[in-house]
Design a protein around this ligand. Structure first.
Ligand code: SF4
Ligand code: SF4
Length: 176
C-alpha cells in the first residue's frame, strides 16, 4: 500500500520564528533546575556500582605477605590467556610452598570476565572498581606484580573515586 508523505507547510506563526525561539528557551530554562545525568569528567569521577569489574589487584595478608600461592588456577581459567605466572619455592615456612616471582596480566587482552577471581582458592586476585587506566604503548599496559600490589594498596583504603571526588588525588599503579 502506498504511503503519502506530506511535506511540512509552515503555519502563520511559524513564519515569524520568534514563538519557536521562545518555546526552545522555555525548555532550556526548565532543564536548568532538573538534576543532571552527566558529570564533568575528569574533574568529577563516576563511582561504579559494587561488583564492577575493573583493574586487577593482588591481595595481601594482614602481615603484608602476598596471598597468592602461584597455583596458576587463575591463568588456567582465563579465557584470554592473558595471565603469566612464574612460581618459585616460598621462603616462609607455614605450609604454603609456592609464591609468584613473576605475575603479569596483559590488560589489553583481558576481557574483565572475573573468571580469575572466581577460580582463585586463596582470595588472592581481585578485580577492582578502577576503570580509567590508559597509556600510550601496548607494553605499558602489561601490569606486573609490583603494579598489582600497588593497586591493592590504593584500593584497599575505600573507593578511590569517592576520595578523588572529595579532592584527594589518588594515582593508581605508578607504571600505568
Ligand atoms: S578477568 Fe577474565 S580475561 Fe581478565 S585476567 Fe581474569 S580471567 Fe583473564
Ligand atoms: S592469584 Fe589465586 S589462582 Fe592465581 S596463582 Fe595466585 S593463588 Fe592461584
Amino acid at each position: 500500500m502506498a504511503v503519502v508523505v506530506k511535506t511540512y507547510e509552515p503555519k502563520f506563526w511559524d513564519r515569524f520564528y520568534l514563538p519557536a525561539i521562545l518555546k526552545g528557551l522555555a525548555i532550556t530554562l526548565t532543564r536548568i533546575f532538573v538534576r543532571k545525568d552527566t558529570i564533568l569528567y575528569p574533574e568529577h569521577k563516576h563511582v561504579p556500582a559494587p561488583g564492577y569489574r575493573g583493574l586487577h589487584r593482588l591481595n595481601k595478608h594482614a602481615d603484608g605477605r602476598i596471598k597468592c600461592v602461584a597455583c596458576e588456577m587463575c591463568a588456567t581459567a582465563c579465557p584470554s590467556n592473558c595471565i603469566t605466572i612464574e612460581p618459585s619455592a616460598a621462603p616462609w615456612d607455614d605450609g604454603e610452598e609456592r609464591y609468584p616471582i613473576k605475575f603479569e596480566i596483559n590488560l589489553l587482552r583481558c576481557i574483565y570476565c572475573g573468571f580469575c577471581e572466581l577460580a582463585c582458592p586463596k582470595d588472592a586476585i581481585e578485580l577492582t572498581e578502577v576503570y580509567d587506566f590508559a597509556n600510550y604503548t601496548r607494553d605499558s599496559l602489561v601490569i606486573d606484580m609490583d603494579g598489582l600490589l600497588e593497586v591493592y594498596e590504593v584500593t584497599s583504603q575505600g573507593s578511590i573515586y569517592t576520595r578523588q571526588n572529595a579532592g584527594q588525588p589518588v594515582k593508581v599503579a605508578q607504571q600505568l
